[in-house]
Design a protein. Sequence first.
Length: 365
Amino acid sequence: MKILYAIQGTGNGHLSRAIALLPTLSQRGEVDVLISGNQSQLSFPSSIRYHCYGLTFVSSAKGGIDILKTIKGLKPLRFLKEVWALPVEDYDLVISDFEPVSAWACKLKRVTCIELSHQAAVRAVGSPQTPLWFPVGRWVIRNYCPTKLRVGFHFEQFTENTFYPIIRQEILNANPVKGSHTLVYLTAFNRGFLKTFFSQVPDTFKIYSKDIKQIETVENLVFCPLGTDDFLTDLISANGVICGAGFELPAEALYLNKKLLVVPYANHFEQHCNAQALKQLGIPFEHKWACEIDHYARRSILANYQPEIIYEDITKRNHSELPDIDIYVCGFPCQSFSLMGKKLGSNDPRGNIMMHCIDAIKKIS
């Protein structure tokens, strides 16, 4: 049996799952691999028959999908050419891991395509959905990979055709320990942003970044390049994991019983759905306090999250009196640092609000 296994190459989660699944597929037939997209940092251990440009999402420097760069990078004529040139009709089985070239080729040529992906679970009826308004994201996840036969993977079996994550054999065989470092995997943030933030926290962080070519130690931070065996070692021995609200890494962290903090990327519908799913798993928490200077935003917070205390002005708050907490999520105005603004940085009063957030982190640490 001839099998075409098409993999989305944006990010590392799809390739990580494919690496685990490929040996099983190879036992069932002759497998040709297609990879589209160019945002992955993992090397693939098998030969790749088709390299496609596809439709790639571009990350911003401060966390999230850069919509303008993504649109600018689209090459619709090239995509259509790749779709029509792909000989899906020559295969007995076409499997797509949220890969658009193969899915659209099958749709236009009336060839059956089976989707094996996390996104198939996200868009299934009954799967946890973000309450936030994501009209573009919802449209993309429905039309990016048009398939009728879908098998999804999620943190829980939320629907009939949803199954638990495929975990790499190295993780299944691991003997996890709790070391002294926290593993940080936030590839949508650049090195400068990560250094500024985590250098203020008195802990040891091993930060894996696409901007790093070799290991570099800066005070309490160890910057590490992606695509090495050290990542797996550091994951297994980590005290906790801080990462985007993707799927594969949070699933592995949960399997290893690691403390987990996820940061859903901006403009990323799937990640906000994943965050909602993790919340729905039933992990108990108490919302001790919040801080918001805008009157209407405070009303929204009180209506949706019911914190025990809500502060109005972070610059007038006494950090020494803050109630003890385990997780602190903060944000601050970006105008002082935005390329669209005057770039006054710390010379703008709004630019110093970040330091009040850091003072709070020092207190609760």
